[in-house]
Design a protein around this ligand. Structure first.
Ligand SMILES: *Cc1c(COP(=O)(O)O)cnc(C)c1O
Length: 364
C-alpha cells in the first residue's frame, strides 16, 4: 500500500469542477489585477475568520514583511521570533533591516515558549512574531500580555493555521495575522498567494498602501512601497476552496485523532494539544531518536514523510552573520534532528492511516 505525504490532486478532486468553473470565470472577467474576485475573497476570508480587515498580497513572506513595515519596524530594531519555524518568519524581519532574536519553543507544543520571551526583550525590541506552527495555535493570551507590558507589536505568522481555534475563537479573529496560500497549505491556491488580516485599521491602511507601490492615488507615491498582489485568478480559486476548508479540516482532525489514539495506546510520543487549542493539523509531527533511518524504513513501506525542518534558521548559511553557533539554541537543533511529519491529506483513507500507524509502531 502506498501512502503519499500529501496528494494535492486527490485532495482537490471533490471540488475540481467548481475550481475549473472559477478559473474560467476569472479568465473571462476582464479584471486581471484587483477587481471583484479579489474583493470577494478578501471579504469572504475576513468573514470566515471574524477579522475586520483582509488584504491579499503575493505570498506569505510578503504578508509578514509588509505587516512589520506597517508596524514601523526598520534598521536598528529587533523582533522576537521562534527558533523553531520556517525561515520565512526570520527573513521578513531581516527584509525590514531589523534583527530576528530567536526564542526557544515549549517542548510539548513546539510553539514559542512565553516563559522565555522576556529574557530576550531589549530596549531595541519592537515586535514579537508568534508562529502557529504545524497548525497548532501559540499561547496568544500569554504572548499578548508580555507584548502589552513592554509596548511591543505582535504579528502572528498563521501560514499553517487556517481555521485553527484558540479559546473558542478562530486564529485571526483578533490581532494581526499573516497567511500563506502556497499550494500545500491548508488553504492553498494553484500557485503563490498570501494575505494579512487585522483588527487594526491603521495597519490595514498602511499595508494597503505598501502593497501598491506606496500609492493610494494613482501615480502619487507617499512611501517606498512594493508590488505585492494576490492574483484575482488565485483569489477566485481560493473562494471556492474556502467553502470546503472546514470539511477538509474535519478530515485532518479525524486522521490526527486516529494517529494519536493508536500512538497513545502503544506508549509512543505524539503531539500534545493544550485544552484551549483546536489545531488544524497542517502537519502531524512526531519525533524519533534515529529519525533518518526511521524515515528510510517508512519510505520502504511506501509511506511518504517530510522533515519540517531539517536545518533551523540560525544554522543556515544565510544567518551565519547572526553568530549563533551550534549549541546556542539546543531545542531547535534537537527538533531539527528528530522531527518527522507523517502523511496528512484530507483524501487519506482510514486504511492508509492504519498502514502508517502499523509501520510507525513497528519501527519504534
Ligand atoms: C509557508 C510559510 C511561510 C511563507 O509563505 P509563502 O507563501 O511561501 O511565502 C511563512 N511562515 C510559515 C510558518 C510558513 O509555513
Amino acid at each position: 500500500m502506498k501512502v503519499p505525504f500529501l496528494d494535492l490532486a486527490a485532495a482537490a478532486a471533490p471540488i475540481q469542477p467548481e475550481i475549473e468553473a472559477a478559473l474560467l470565470r476569472a479568465a473571462r472577467s476582464g479584471h486581471f489585477i484587483g477587481g471583484p474576485e479579489l474583493e470577494h475573497f478578501e471579504a469572504d476570508f475576513a468573514a470566515y475568520l471574524g477579522a475586520p480587515h483582509c488584504l491579499g498580497v503575493a505570498n506569505g513572506l510578503d504578508a509578514l514583511a509588509l505587516g512589520l513595515r506597517a508596524m514601523g519596524l526598520g534598521p536598528g530594531d529587533e523582533a522576537i521570533v521562534p527558533s523553531n519555524t520556517y525561515i520565512a518568519t526570520w527573513l521578513a524581519v531581516s527584509q525590514c533591516g531589523a534583527r530576528p532574536v530567536p526564542v526557544e519553543p515549549r517542548e510539548d507544543t513546539y510553539n514559542l515558549d512565553p516563559a522565555r520571551i522576556e529574557e530576550a526583550v531589549t530596549p531595541r525590541t519592537r515586535a514579537i512574531l508568534p508562529v502557529h506552527l504545524y497548525g497548532q495555535p501559540a499561547d496568544m493570551d500569554a504572548i499578548n500580555e508580555i507584548a502589552a507590558r513592554h509596548g511591543l507589536h505582535v504579528l502572528q505568522d498563521a501560514a499553517q493555521a487556517h481555521g485553527a481555534g484558540y479559546k473558542g475563537r478562530k486564529v485571526g479573529a483578533s490581532g494581526s495575522c499573516t497567511w500563506s496560500f502556497y499550494p500545500s497549505k491548508n488553504l492553498g491556491a494553484l500557485g503563490d498567494g498570501g494575505a494579512l488580516t487585522t483588527d487594526d485599521a491603521g495597519i490595514a491602511h498602511a499595508v494597503g498602501v505598501l502593497r501598491n507601490y506606496g500609492s493610494q492615488v494613482k501615480y502619487e507615491n507617499e512611501v517606498k512601497g512594493v508590488n505585492s498582489r494576490l492574483d484575482p485568478i488565485q483569489a477566485a480559486v481560493l473562494s471556492v476552496k474556502l467553502r470546503s476548508l472546514d470539511r477538509a479540516t474535519a478530515r485532518r482532525r479525524e486522521i490526527a485523532a486516529r494517529y494519536s489514539a493508536a500512538f497513545a495506546k502503544a506508549g509512543l510520543d505524539h503531539p500534545h494539544v493544550p485544552d484551549w487549542a483546536d489545531p488544524v493539523w497542517h502537519l502531524y509531527v512526531m519525533r524519533h531518536p534515529e529519525r533518518d533511518a526511521f524515515q528510510a524504513r517508512l519510505a520502504e513501506a511506501g509511506i511518504g514523510t517530510v522533515i519540517h525542518y531539517p536545518i533551523p534558521p540560525h544554522r543556515q548559511k544565510a544567518y551565519a552573520d547572526a553568530g549563533l553557533a551550534e549549541g546556542s539554541l539546543p531545542l531547535a537543533e534537537t527538533l531539527a534532528r528528530e522531527v518527522v511529519s507523517l502523511p496528512m491529506c484530507p483524501a487519506q483513507t482510514d486504511a492508509q492511516t492504519d498502514h502508517v500507524i502499523d509501520r510507525v509502531i513497528a519501527l519504534f
